[in-house]
Design a protein. Structure first.
Length: 277
């Protein structure tokens, strides 16, 4: 089984968009989902209470963040599935999975470190703000997935960066052990530390992905501290989006299909389209 772990801060409406996309395009992927969330104002808190009441998916456990590091580590340690899929709240599953979760699990041969939902032969754009194109080479393939040696790639390139919570699936115990082994204080630091150490810590040098990715992130705003690059093309603040949600609007998955054409990226910005709910 694959369980999901979603991290969210101040972005209930964007989280709703992710959950709706899972419901439409990957309803059988995740057996159970844990959402660790936090809100910095009463209005953001109201957004999450509204989202909980919608019950978009039946298999969600909500956990209010108290202290990120122990909350995160406990979520990994208590996860009862063999595999875990990390997600953050600005991700979207933009197309249907070409195969079942059982086949994803079956792809975890002894040499495979993770399965990526955000990568594929098509994801040649390494950074959406630059014309930075690097195709995947030296890969094996079958009718539904590709496999490559991520350790032969620079960690500055997506194909050489296995540690991501943007739709990467790991062996739960392996990710838990790695995360407990090294010190970190916040999510971005966790990703950087583990990304650097895993090249030394694991002999599993292969990554697997669908031939075409099924997930990417839409970074129109940033809630991390220190901040990441976001909102450079179509900034929509978390406050603006939350206000729309509290006033009865939500990001419309069907109306966002213009953004799902000819995908070559793992991250890209688009204007979010809302409709009444």
């Amino acid at each position: 089984m694959i369980n999901g772990l979603i991290l969210s801060k101040d972005r209930a409406c964007q989280l709703r968009f992710l959950l709706e996309s899972i419901k439409v395009n990957a309803p059988e992927l995740l057996n159970e989902i844990k959402i660790i969330y936090t809100s910095s104002t009463e209005d953001f808190k109201r957004g999450y209470e509204k989202l909980k009441s919608e019950k978009i998916l039946p298999n969600i456990t909500w956990e209010k963040e108290k202290d990120f590091v122990p909350d995160f580590l406990t979520a990994l340690k208590t996860c009862e599935s063999e595999y875990i899929c990390g997600l953050v709240d600005d991700c979207v599953v933009y197309k249907k999975l070409p195969t079942s979760s059982q086949q994803i699990e079956a792809s975890f041969s002894e040499d495979v470190f993770c399965f990526s939902l955000r990568l594929g032969i098509n994801t040649t754009t390494q950074y959406y703000m630059r014309n930075d194109v690097t195709p995947l080479v030296d890969y094996q393939q079958n009718p539904f997935c590709v496999k490559w040696n991520w350790q032969k790639w620079s960690s500055k390139l997506n194909y050489g960066y296995p540690i991501s919570l943007d739709g990467h699936i790991f062996r739960t115990k392996e990710l838990c052990d790695l995360s407990h082994k090294f010190k970190f204080d916040y999510l971005r630091q966790w990703e950087g530390v583990i990304a650097g150490k895993c090249r030394e810590e694991t002999e599993r040098d292969q990554m697997v992905a669908f031939r075409q990715n099924v997930l990417f992130s839409i970074p129109v705003n940033c809630v991390q501290d220190p901040p990441l690059v976001a909102g450079q093309l179509y900034e929509q603040t978390e406050e603006e989006i939350n206000e729309k949600y509290l006033n009865g609007e939500a990001i419309d998955l069907r109306s966002m299909e213009f953004a799902f054409q000819n995908v070559t990226w793992t991250h890209n910005e688009f204007p979010l389209v809302f409709s009444k709910i």
